[in-house]
Design a protein. Structure first.
Length: 170
């Protein structure tokens, strides 16, 4: 077995164990750290598959944004109430059923081959000597510049909205 397969098994195991750990943790902060481990493991799997841009984006969005925001929210609420934040498992059945429904939906799309039919058909050259990041950056700044700029404007509006909400006087 080559070392890539061994690393895939290691990081896949980390993802599975930490994802299951999210479910079984009693404290929300520990669940958030398990979520962090899951997202780091998924990013490592992307790197092992040669999808460096997806891994970098995954790290920036989930680890750099969602997990930090989640932990900030937990710490802010904890500071206000001084109680330990314990997760409630009352929605276990609905969570499992919605997860199974989502898995079945994605599986049916994959099996029918319609999962990525809406994505533009631009070929990204897969040369082992260069990163996919170079080609994706070229496409972003030429063919998809409008979508790139609209994404930047949307993120700026979201940042301004957060600033307005945080800056309101009580």
């Amino acid at each position: 077995m080559e070392y890539i397969k061994i690393l895939q098994i290691i990081f896949g195991s980390i993802v599975i164990v930490s994802a299951i750990s999210i479910w079984y943790q009693k404290e929300v902060v520990k669940s958030a750290f398990s979520f962090l481990a899951t997202m780091l493991g998924v990013a490592a799997l992307f790197v092992l598959e040669g999808a460096d841009f997806v891994a970098a984006t995954h790290l920036a969005i989930y680890v750099g944004g969602v997990v930090v925001l989640l932990l900030f929210g937990i710490m802010f609420v904890h500071k206000m109430s001084d109680d330990k934040i314990i997760s409630d498992k009352q929605y276990k059945l609905s969570g499992i059923s919605l997860s199974l429904l989502f898995i079945l939906l994605i599986s049916s799309w994959i099996l029918r081959g319609n999962l990525i039919g809406f994505i533009p058909t631009k070929e990204i050259s897969s040369n082992a000597d260069t990163s996919t990041l170079d080609e994706i950056a070229r496409l972003f700044l030429t063919d998809y510049i409008i979508f790139f700029e609209l994404g930047g404007i949307l993120l700026t509006i979201a940042l301004l909205g957060v600033a307005v909400l945080v800056g309101k006087e009580k």
